[in-house]
Design a protein around this ligand. Structure first.
Ligand SMILES: [Zn+2]
Length: 490
């Protein structure tokens, strides 16, 4: 078990006692103590003050400066040999005395300025090419973040020198291993508006060397009376295990298309209006036009790209008001008469209201899949929108006009045919006002449906033949494939 800690001074006996407890509590065998601030002449004294039996130490002390890094290890567990030392790092060859496994460990304490850290990046890149098959691990306080999300508060601009760390990792083929505990390992001691948090402590390994490690960043107990608390790092390399991949998008680490979709998409509240457009037995072309209308995407005259091509934006149905979705459905004097004619047949009281309110109201009250009256209302609304939009287009593009009574009758015909798809007994005779004069009971409706289905198949056959002979077919119902089509008179 390895550990590193930016101890911010190790001269006092209290600090030495805290470090002693930290090592024993985490069962650490090799530690890197950073920013020790120990004078050159006092290093041995401080090492003795740690009171660790069987431990050896070395440091990167230089005369005239305080010591930045002290490394200690339990000589009964491992053998450590320092192979390189500089102001910002110490590189060791570690051999486990029990397993005889070897590992290169670099303890890092980065300088404060980007310019001063250049030596560190250059060394890591050079060192990576000399590693061969030996695994290596880096840990410590690098004094840099890797990406913008590694800091919170303060100056959030991502300037050029902040890429140095990432570029170095890429060149040296190093990557940060997963960790638990605190995300941000440095705190500026401020609160509220002036608080700055950063992740400056890292544990890095070479990507393909099969080294596994678990890492934890945790505030030390000494910080209970000090703010911010100092953060220590503990890491357990497991070199005898192969690398495995784990999908972070799923709690069990297993990849799935569904988890990928949930991972990348933006979740929005469910649009209940969809139930009005898409339901069993809906007709695709009718529902599609209706769906565009609910989204305000029909090319009405108030749209900028349409209004640039026309001289008047007045509604072609009434010629009184500008054409908008709200006006067409169903504030327009023409469309309101068609709409009222249809809902009077449906037999359900639908209060007059604005288009958007009507959609919300209908979606909230008529969303059941299996109920006849719910399906009937949805068919009534979608068909009304569809036929009105067809009439509007016929007037705009073909200069053909239909009276309210004619259009209402066509819409009613379509509605009747659509309702034939309902296969359960139809509750309540009142619903059958829609069936015009013929059926007055559920059994009669079922009988009519059977006859109409049979006749539909026949008419379809005739229609296919008849169209080539200019025969006129008013309605065609094909129940088998679930499609309903209307043929206009030539
Ligand atoms: Zn109008």
């Amino acid at each position: 078990m390895l550990g590193s800690w930016n101890i911010r001074g190790l001269n006092g006996p209290n600090k030495q006692k805290v470090v002693h407890d930290w090592i024993l509590r985490n069962n650490l065998k090799i530690v890197g103590m950073l920013e020790t601030k120990v004078l050159h002449a006092n290093v041995e004294k401080v090492q003795r003050g740690l009171n660790l039996t069987g431990w050896n130490f070395f440091s990167n002390r230089t005369s005239g400066n305080t010591t930045r890094i002290i490394i200690g290890w339990d000589s009964t567990e491992c053998h450590v040999h320092c192979i390189h030392s500089a102001q910002q790092w110490m590189t060791c060859e570690v051999r486990n005395l029990k397993s005889n496994m070897r590992l290169t460990v670099i303890f890092v304490y980065g300088m404060n300025t980007p310019a001063d850290r250049q030596d560190l990046w250059a060394y890591l890149c050079r060192h990576s090419f000399g590693q061969g098959q030996r695994s290596w691990l880096l840990m410590g306080d690098f004094n840099v973040t890797l990406k913008a999300s590694d800091s919170k508060g303060g100056d959030v601009r991502w300037v050029g020198h902040k890429n140095d760390f990432g570029d170095c990792l890429l060149a040296a083929q190093l990557h940060s291993i997963s960790y638990s505990g605190l995300r941000y390992t440095w705190h500026n001691g401020q609160d509220h508006q002036t608080m700055i948090l950063k992740k400056l402590d890292w544990v890095l390994v070479e990507y393909y060397k099969g080294i596994m490690a678990s890492t934890a960043f945790h505030p030390h107990e000494m910080g209970t009376d000090r703010f911010p608390p100092p953060i220590s790092t503990a890491c357990k390399p497991q070199m005898d295990r192969e690398d495995t991949t784990k999908w972070k998008g799923h709690s069990k680490g297993r990849f799935s298309i569904a988890s990928t979709w949930n991972h990348i998409r933006k979740k929005k509240p469910l649009n209940i209006i969809a139930n009005l457009a898409w339901f069993p037995d809906h007709v695709l072309r009718i529902s599609f036009i209706f769906w565009l209308a609910t989204k305000g995407r029909l090319a009405t005259m108030d749209k900028p790209h349409v209004s640039n091509m026309i001289t008047s934006n007045l509604c072609v149905l009434c010629g009184e008001r500008p054409e908008t979705h709200a006006h067409l459905f169903f504030q327009c004097s023409y469309s309101s008469r068609v709409w009222n004619a249809i809902i009077s047949k449906v037999g359900i009281a639908i209060p007059p209201m604005r288009w958007d309110c009507l959609l919300q109201w209908a979606a909230s009250n008529f969303h059941h899949k299996g109920k006849f009256d719910h399906m009937m209302v949805r068919h009534a609304i979608t068909s009304s929108v569809y036929f009105l939009w067809q009439e509007r287009n016929a007037r705009v593009f073909n200069n053909k006009h239909k009276e309210v009574a004619t259009l209402s009758k066509e819409a009613m015909m379509q509605l009747r045919i659509l309702l034939l798809h309902y296969k359960k007994p139809i509750p309540g005779a009142s619903s059958f006002s829609l069936w015009a004069s013929s059926p007055r009971s559920s059994s009669e409706a079922v009988g009519l449906r059977k006859i109409t289905c049979w006749a539909g198949g026949f008419l379809r056959l005739v229609g296919l033949v008849g169209r080539s002979h200019k025969l006129v077919v008013h309605g065609d119902h094909n129940e088998k494939c679930g499609r309903t089509e209307m043929y206009k008179k030539d």
